[in-house]
Design a protein. Sequence first.
Length: 260
Amino acid sequence: MFAHFDLLHGVAGLFVGFLVGLTGVGGGSLMTPILVLLFGVAPATAVGTDLLFAAVTKTAGSAIHGKRKTVDWHIMRRLAAGSVPAAIVTLILISYLGKLSQDTSRIMVTCLGVMLILTALATLFQKQLAVFAKQHERLDDREARVPTVVLGAVLGTLVTISSVGAGAIGVTALLMLYPALRVSKIVGTDIAHAVPLTLVAGFGHWIVGSVDFGLLASLLIGSLPGAVIGSMLSTRSPDHVLRPALAAVLIFSGIKLLSQ
């Protein structure tokens, strides 16, 4: 039974890794609802495990973007200045409320459901929002500093509670704050920022006991080859079909979680 479920988790990791490589949609928005809705994993355990899962996978992605010089470390530090303290404060609150409390689980599920719907909208309208930002008055670098730190704090709080938000939502917000920056650099900066955020949040969830390392290993074994295969096929994928389909799945999952 244990091996059987390990295999299923590995297949889930393969599927999510493949879709992430193919579309670029964040793994948290796909993996966490799969763990909660299909495998019946407790919300706190699903979030904590997925955060460390994201930390491992995004460390590799961050290294690649760093070598390609597609990370704006200045913006990344601004985001981290808001997100890391916010993650720590959120973890303290989660620990205080009690990870096994029904209220805490309800808050996590509600936040996850809302974040999935917002991620779906960001996935659908990301290009239109980026065009809108380019056509309107831009903030200079100094003016963008405080909004970037605030964005980091919001992402730090939401990602720590739900493991969702550092992908499509983070990229969309950065595109609107820094419309002059190349998309590849926005994506690289967002991935690099996700590493310290998910490490801190995932480590905190581990301290309070909401990480399943057996589950984490199974997911990673499946996801790493899946991400490689998906990335190799990404240039051939029908993006205009896949993104709306993924958005529909995310909206359905979000509504399902909110109705529980």
